[in-house]
Design a protein around this ligand. Structure first.
Ligand SMILES: *Cc1c(COP(=O)(O)O)cnc(C)c1O
Length: 385
């Protein structure tokens, strides 16, 4: 179906931070399949885990226990605020699980009228009917009405407006700590702490969508770790599987206790192939020094980008974001810079607000940053010549 305006470019293989087209041309991949291939392409640990599992067992469904799923859940619990995990296959499904959880929580608590969820302008939570309603963006909702009821939107980063939107029917607040599709906006630690205080004051569930900003992308395993607070519910996906489709919804005992047997489910969720890969992803991401490298590279990349903005004021306005989730706000149409970069061998992703997103794999080193900055420099010069 004509759902994508894909670039006329196909890849044959990937290795680390590089993708190779059929004609042999090499591209530096700072798109990572939209923040999915966090460990780069063909990571030997992931390849081995998938191959080994493929020879043993692919699928048996949740009619039976899946030991690798129990192990992944236990590890995610140990690494986070959560007490339990629901496994699914995509980001939208992980958010959907959290929305259902919030509604069920208050329903079983004797307050079924509390079903509304406060979300943010420019949010992105997926493309299902519930998640486009949560995202609230006209361009995603148009033609698909009636929209699912129960979402109230406030400006991102604005605690006063958030508090003003809380009513007797409010159940939860759903926020991306760093907005991705919306243009790489970092809410910041004070905002997240304020959201936690507000949720506590009004007895609401705090629900973070870390599908894009989680799994090491900002230099901590989860972006909210920088704020020293925790949500009650969190959706993750994308880089959790390193390219194998997976999603997970994490929650506290209090939030999740009403999602009892039969109340929610997934045929494929938590299947052995996905679990083997995600466990391997965690092996790599939790190894000593992994996140230190992310922070070191992020600091270097950001400094080099700031310099680039200063030397190309006709093309670039500003750098923003967190860790290795960076956005270049453009003075030219972002599509022009995006295309020029691709032609020069650097893959990026566009975002709202005229932003070009840089989402390199978390395994990059200085040489990749040097190469990316050279291509950016050349491309900016090319756009104004
Ligand atoms: C990608 C994304 C989603 C949706 O994930 P899918 O796997 O495409 O369903 C939801 N929220 C955020 C923040 C995302 O970046």
């Amino acid at each position: 179906m004509p759902t994508y305006a894909s670039a006329d470019l196909a890849f044959e293989r990937g290795e680390g931070a590089y993708l190779f087209a059929a004609d042999g041309r090499r591209y530096l991949d700072f798109a990572s399949g939209i923040a999915v291939t966090g460990l780069g392409h063909s990571h030997p640990r992931l390849v081995a885990a998938l191959n080994e599992q493929a020879g043993k067992l692919w699928h048996c469904s949740n009619l039976f226990r899946i030991p690798e799923q129990e192990r992944l859940a236990a590890r995610l619990v140990a690494l986070s605020f959560a007490d339990s995990v629901f496994m699914c296959n995509s980001g939208a499904e992980a958010v959907e699980c959290g929305i259902k959880m919030a509604r069920k929580h208050f329903h079983e608590a004797g307050a079924p009228e509390r079903y509304r969820i406060i979300t943010c302008a420019n949010a992105f939570h997926g493309r299902t009917l519930a998640t486009i309603a949560a995202g609230g963006q006209e361009k995603h909702l148009k033609g698909f009405s009636p929209a699912l009821e129960g979402f109230d939107q406030v400006p991102f980063g604005n605690l006063n407006e958030t508090r003003a939107a809380i009513g007797d029917e409010t159940a939860a607040i759903l926020v991306e700590p760093v907005q991705g599709e919306g243009g790489i906006r970092d809410g910041g630690a004070d905002y997240l702490r304020g959201l936690r205080e507000t949720a506590d004051e009004y007895g609401l569930l705090l629900f973070f969508d870390e599908i894009q900003c989680g799994m090491g992308r900002t230099g901590k395993l989860f972006a909210h770790n920088w704020a020293g607070i925790a949500p009650d519910i969190m959706a993750i996906a994308k880089a959790l599987g390193g390219g194998f489709p997976i999603g997970a919804c994490l929650a506290t005992e209090k939030a999740a206790s009403e999602l009892t047997a039969g109340s929610h489910g997934s045929t494929f969720g938590g299947n052995p192939l996905a679990m083997a890969v995600a466990n391997a992803v965690l092996d790599v991401m939790t190894a000593d020094g992994f996140l230190d490298n992310v922070n070191r590279q992020a600091e270097n990349l950001r400094a080099r980008l700031e310099a680039l903005v200063a030397s190309h004021p006709k093309v670039l306005v500003e750098v923003r974001g967190a860790g290795l989730m960076l956005g270049l706000v453009c003075a030219v149409p972002n599509a022009d810079l995006y295309r020029e970069l691709r032609e020069n061998g650097l893959l990026t992703v566009r975002a709202e607000d005229n932003v070009v997103r840089l989402l390199p794999p978390l395994i990059i080193d200085e040489s990749h940053i040097g190469e990316a900055v050279d291509i950016l420099d050349r491309s900016c010069a090319g756009l104004v010549s």
